[in-house]
Design a protein around this ligand. Structure first.
Ligand SMILES: [Zn+2]
Length: 85
């Protein structure tokens, strides 16, 4: 059964509840951390877990998800959402 509001993490590729994830939105070629999931635009999701965030930053997975170069400042911001669990 498909569970509502599930999204796929760009790092571990597992489907998880949106609330457990960080959304990055691309709007008019600018990137934003979409904390309330309301910005629209194109989105990519990452689990708010150290392993996924680390992998995303290390491999620059957002570049792949959005097929464009995502600036370092966005990766820096994502790093601030790391949780140890
Ligand atoms: Zn993940």
């Amino acid at each position: 059964m498909h569970i509502k509001n599930e999204r796929r993490c760009v790092a571990c590729r597992e489907n998880k509840q949106q609330n457990d994830m960080l959304r990055i939105a691309k709007i008019n070629d600018e990137f934003y951390i979409d904390q309330k999931y309301k910005l629209g635009g194109r989105g990519a999701y990452i689990c708010k877990e150290k392993k996924c965030i680390d992998l995303c930053i290390k491999k620059r997975l957002l570049n792949r998800a959005f097929r464009t170069n995502v600036s370092q400042s966005i990766y820096d911001k994502i790093g601030e959402y790391e949780k140890d669990n």
